[in-house]
Design a protein. Structure first.
Length: 194
């Protein structure tokens, strides 16, 4: 994978372990020559991640919607900054640029982007690996909800298994490299092609 989108918070959280893992991800990407595509912010988890990669001379592309483009938020030192008109156009732009997705700790935006990436895979629109770095068990309750959705018949186990999960970046990347997209049913293929 040459380029990965990372979804994460514009806040840093209350526990320093989240920032520490964002920095580890940035260093891992730089060491393995993986380009980062992210939300373009200089604050919170986004800023920690981008700064770690930039310190190691890695490549960072920010994709930021115009409404968030102001001095307090936009990272001024990234390798490349792309400005989109809307949040939805940002997600489309990011999806065209990356080979996979990783979610770190974050809020509504992080979950929105994570589930959109999973939905694209479920529908066969994309076949890219989607991973969660489950720092400090941050996503444990989210994963429990997904398992309950399977139990209750709202999510197929094969689609639940699309999500790669680990609490360390090395293991997560190994899982993402080994990922094979599930075969889709004819019904899903028909829906996805319309």
């Amino acid at each position: 994978m040459k380029s990965i989108a990372v979804f994460c918070g514009s806040s840093i959280g209350f526990n320093s372990v989240y920032k520490a893992d964002a920095i580890k991800v940035g260093c891992y990407f730089a060491q393995h020559n993986i380009g980062l595509v992210y939300g373009g912010g200089k604050i919170g988890m986004m800023g920690a991640l981008a700064d770690a990669l930039l310190e190691k001379k890695g490549h960072v592309t920010g994709v930021i919607p115009g409404l968030l483009r102001h001095e307090e938020v936009e990272h001024g030192n990234v390798s490349k900054m792309i400005v989109t008109k809307t949040m939805s156009k940002r997600k489309v732009k990011i999806s065209k640029m990356v080979d996979g997705y990783i979610a770190l700790a974050g809020g509504f935006g992080t979950l929105d982007e994570l589930f959109e990436a999973l939905t694209l895979g479920q529908l066969g629109i994309e076949n890219k690996p989607v991973g969660i770095l489950n720092t400090n068990g941050f996503f444990d309750t989210t994963l429990k909800q997904l398992d309950f959705m399977v139990t209750e018949g709202f999510l197929k186990q094969t689609n639940r298994d699309m999500l790669q999960v680990s609490d360390n970046i090395e293991d997560l990347m190994a899982k993402m490299h080994a990922y094979t997209a599930p075969k889709l049913s004819k019904i899903v293929n028909t829906v996805a092609s319309k």
